[in-house]
Design a protein around this ligand. Structure first.
Ligand SMILES: Cc1ncc(COP(=O)(O)O)c(C=O)c1O
Length: 387
């Protein structure tokens, strides 16, 4: 199969991620923080090592800490449901937010009084910083949540500038890096955000089951998941510090896979990864734009790895089924981001999404080109029959 669904998950993990993770877990897969014995201590040390490695890889500031969660969705819930909404009136989101952000905010709106504003963006999906400054002057932001890379059109949000603008009003800034962590060459210490969310199984090439939050050590959130943490068990209350607040056994297998993946990615170099994926994205867009029945959605120079398109005379689902018959995996529909489709006027059917990875080969793109030529013939024949 040719795989263009890397925004859902990067299916191809570096070989060492499989081999080293399984080797480690067969020997040391004890429950971290749940025993005084050597194996449990090794598991705890291994988790700390991965946190340190992640901070170094992402060039975090000295005041940043890491908390692991089982998924990005849970990490987003931990952060948003942990905030004090009595002080939040204006929430700004990008037009491209995932339902993990949207539905969490909508659920919070049932308990708290706040307005959700959309950050201004052009028709082709570029953030309009001048208009955003005007929006912020009119309704001061208290909270801003932005996807670094859109999972619909691949737009890269200018998160440095957005946080700078939002911080003039002391807004809490949350950056969803589910589609960008390990892909975009930007030191996190340069971004004045309070919380960064990451997903291990996507651009970081780890297994499912590890994600998390990078946050300022001083950050305090209301605890939303309660349970055992392995420390201070007599206390009826959860610990104050965020990384100690994530209750439940740690997924040592997934965390180890992230550790190995980080070593692999660091060797490869994040700048090289970004450069390669930019080239592949360009090549993919070039192929799509050869066909006049295909329209790229949110086509702008600030996009990477994710490309959405609509097809004249065919639904995205129909095209996805056709490509599947040609052994090409893509995704059709709304991609859990309904606002993006309102922005691009692609409701209700959504788009066909093709998403690449640094493992994507030029020959994969050629196979796609061949399949699209066949699709074009089918569309032309259908048109002829109809006329
Ligand atoms: C931008 C964005 N945020 C959050 C998520 C949620 O990630 P997960 O389903 O791994 O929790 C996704 C998943 O596709 C995403 O693309």
């Amino acid at each position: 199969m040719i795989y263009f669904d890397n925004a859902a998950t990067t299916i191809k993990k570096p070989r060492v991620v499989w081999s080293q993770t399984i080797k480690f877990c067969k020997k040391y897969g004890a429950n971290a923080g749940r025993g005084q014995h050597e194996l449990s201590q090794i598991a705890s040390m291994s988790i700390q090592q991965t946190k340190d490695k992640l901070k170094k890889f992402l060039r975090c500031a000295h005041f940043h800490s890491v908390a692991f969660t089982p998924s990005a969705t849970i990490a987003i819930n931990v952060v948003l449901k942990g905030l004090d909404f009595s002080k939040i009136q204006n929430v700004y989101i990008s037009p491209f937010e995932h339902n993990s952000v949207l539905r969490t905010l909508y659920a919070l709106q049932e308990q708290h009084l706040f307005t959700i504003h959309q950050l201004s963006a052009t028709e082709d999906g570029v953030f309009d910083l001048d208009k955003i400054a005007e929006q912020f002057a009119k309704d001061k932001p208290n909270l801003m949540v932005v996807s670094h890379v859109s999972n619909v059109c691949g737009t890269i949000a200018p998160i440095e500038q957005l946080c700078q603008l939002a911080k003039r009003s002391f807004a809490v800034c949350v950056i969803d890096m589910s589609q960008s962590c390990g892909l975009i060459d930007l030191p996190l210490r340069k971004v004045n955000a309070d919380f960064f969310i990451f997903a291990g199984h996507k651009t970081l090439h780890a297994f499912y089951g590890v994600a998390g939050i990078i946050y300022r050590q001083s950050a305090r959130l209301k605890c939303f998941i309660h349970g055992g943490t392995g420390v201070d068990s007599q206390s009826r209350r959860m610990p104050e510090e965020l990384s100690s607040q994530i209750a439940g056994s740690s997924n040592i297998l997934a965390i180890k896979s992230l550790d190995v993946a980080l070593t692999y990615l660091a060797k490869k170099g994040i700048a090289n990864i970004e450069a390669k994926e930019r080239q592949l994205t360009k090549a993919l867009k070039k192929i799509l734009s050869r066909f006049d029945f295909i329209k790229i959605i949110g086509d702008n120079a600030q996009s990477i790895s994710v490309v959405s398109a609509t097809f004249e005379g065919m639904s995205p689902e129909g095209v996805a089924a056709f490509l599947n018959r040609h052994k090409i995996c893509v995704r059709a529909g709304l991609h859990c981001s309904p606002l993006a489709h309102r922005h691009f006027n692609t409701l209700p059917l959504g788009t066909l999404r093709l998403s690449i990875d640094f493992f994507t080969k030029r020959s994969d793109l050629r196979r796609l080109n061949g399949a699209l030529k066949k699709l074009q013939k089918t569309v032309t024949n259908k048109k002829k029959k109809a006329s």
